[in-house]
Write a protein that binds this ligand. Structure first.
Ligand code: CS2
Length: 485
């Protein structure tokens, strides 16, 4: 897709478009995958379209695989977003990206962009594992070889290394304050990222680290955000369908559900795009939004994915259409997650939960169980364990969150070393030869994901072992009966 074909779409009135000639770069985005294209880029473009302020063009930095760069760079950073499901709008072109940088190949250019005086905001979608934090403590994993290399002064390849080195250069150049906005599903993602950058600075030799830390404390903010839009991985078939519908080939096309939401903490160190003009909610307290989303949507998603894999389902929609899996998700969100939450003002909990369950059922989306199941070691903690804790604290039985944990363990045991997870080697190494509940559950409890007090809690571990046994028996009828109890 070239500018010419974009123009043809715009001229035909089929897509809004920015005046590309007037665009200036104000945002650097790390992790230009499908989620960024369907969410953050759309909000930033809509903010520019709504206000006519074209100073928020995006320098998009691709992640580890070369594929995204190969898709976007030859298209001048242009791509289409196609919605699927009830209420879908027409496909649109997004033209907010001013340049595409190959993150792995061009690390010094990334540092330069973060340090550029025109950059006032850095946004990130690098997924949970991209933070390279210890799942239990949330601290930067300084034993990770990639983190070590960044600390030792190699051109940085990790997200935290890129940000820290960019900030350091910014400080040396006196390029002014900047805000760094995490858009990943972590609890307290802004504070979390700020403390990871501080950990990086602390691990640098003496004065260098102290200076970076002091400057960051004064000149950089890390707002918290809650991001929401279900974005499956684009398939070859999707690309053909988009081509058929638009009459042009877009290698960087993304598919998404119609729904999108962004709640952003209004704590910026410098100017920011007017995202509220694009429908984002700017607020003083994102935590209740973030927790509701993680513990209802993401926890429900994970439960459906792991249980669905055990039941042989390929997509989340198939899980949502399976009465057994759907009932389990329903009970998790209504009976355990909602009662453990401090809901944001004005949010009707049961209605929110129902809307989320309805979104899971969107048959047109094609969101796969395999994708949602990936990286479980990074997801179980923020999505499920706060609910387990809250239910235990109020004297209850965390039946449904234990079921989700058991289903994850079953998935890990079934996949063995092929499990898609940054801790795959550790997890596979923990698996015993015998794969019964009594063998597997105590071993995986030691994976460095569960806090000691939960590992020592007989009620919780007993429930996990019970559910593991039920899932492992492959007796769907028995599982259905238990879930309906
Ligand atoms: C999903 C999320 O892959 C996953 O783990 O739960 O990516 C989910 O689709 C988004 O957070 C929805 O906003």
């Amino acid at each position: 897709m070239s500018r010419l074909t974009l123009d043809s779409l715009v001229r035909s009135g089929r897509s809004p478009s920015l005046d590309r000639g007037a665009l200036r770069t104000g945002v650097v985005h790390l992790g230009a995958g499908a989620f960024f294209r369907a969410h953050t880029a759309v909000y930033t473009e809509d903010a520019m379209l709504a206000t006519g302020d074209t100073s928020w063009g995006i320098s998009a930095v691709t992640g580890r695989s070369a594929r995204v760069w190969e898709q976007m760079a030859p298209q001048d950073g242009l791509f289409t977003v196609t919605e699927r499901g009830p209420g879908s709008g027409a496909s649109r072109v997004v033209s907010a990206v001013t340049e595409t940088l190959a993150g792995p190949r061009d690390p010094l250019a990334v540092v330069e962009r973060v340090a550029a005086p025109g950059t006032r905001v850095v946004t990130l979608t690098v997924t949970e594992k991209g933070y390279r934090a210890d799942p239990l403590t949330g601290r930067l994993d300084v034993r990770d070889p990639a983190v070590r290399a960044d600390l030792e002064g190699a051109p940085p390849l990790t997200a935290v290394g890129r940000i820290a080195r960019g900030l350091q250069l910014r400080m040396l150049r006196d390029a002014g304050p900047v805000s760094v906005v995490s858009c990943d599903n972590l609890s307290g993602n802004g504070d979390r990222l700020g403390s990871l950058v501080a950990d990086f600075a602390d691990a640098l030799p003496g004065a260098e680290g102290e200076r970076l830390r002091a400057w960051t404390a004064e000149s950089v903010s890390f707002p918290d955000t809650m991001v929401d839009r279900m974005v499956p991985a684009t398939t070859a078939e999707d690309l053909d369908l988009v081509e058929g519908a638009l009459g042009l080939r877009d290698e960087a096309a993304v598919i998404a559900e119609p729904f999108r939401q962004w709640v952003v903490e209004d704590r910026f160190a410098a100017a920011r795009p007017p995202w509220e003009r694009a429908g984002a909610l700017l607020t003083g307290d994102v935590r209740p939004w973030e927790e509701a989303k993680l513990r209802v949507l993401n926890a429900g998603h994970s439960l459906l994915a792991y249980l669905g894999l055990a039941l042989g389902h390929r997509t989340i929609a198939a899980c949502a259409a399976d009465p057994v899996a759907a009932e389990a998700a329903h009970r998790l969100v209504h009976e355990e997650a909602l009662p453990s939450l401090r809901l944001p003002d004005g949010l009707d909990g049961p209605a929110y939960a129902e809307s989320v369950l309805a979104r899971f059922a969107n048959p047109a989306l094609g969101h796969t169980t395999a994708k949602v199941a990936a990286d479980g070691s990074q997801k179980i903690g923020p999505r499920l364990l706060p609910t387990v804790r809250a239910v235990l604290d109020r004297g209850g039985e965390p039946r449904w969150s234990a079921l989700a944990v058991a289903a994850w363990m079953h998935h890990v045991a079934a996949a063995g070393p092929r499990v898609e997870d940054p801790l795959a080697a550790t997890l596979a190494g923990l698996l015993p030869d015998r794969r019964r509940a009594a063998d597997v559950v105590p071993r995986l409890m030691e994976a460095g994901i569960f806090p000691g007090e939960l590992v020592a809690d007989g009620l919780f571990t007993g429930l996990v072992a019970h559910w593991y046994g039920v899932i492992d028996s492959a007796d769907t009828l028995a599982l259905g009966k238990e879930i309906a109890l």
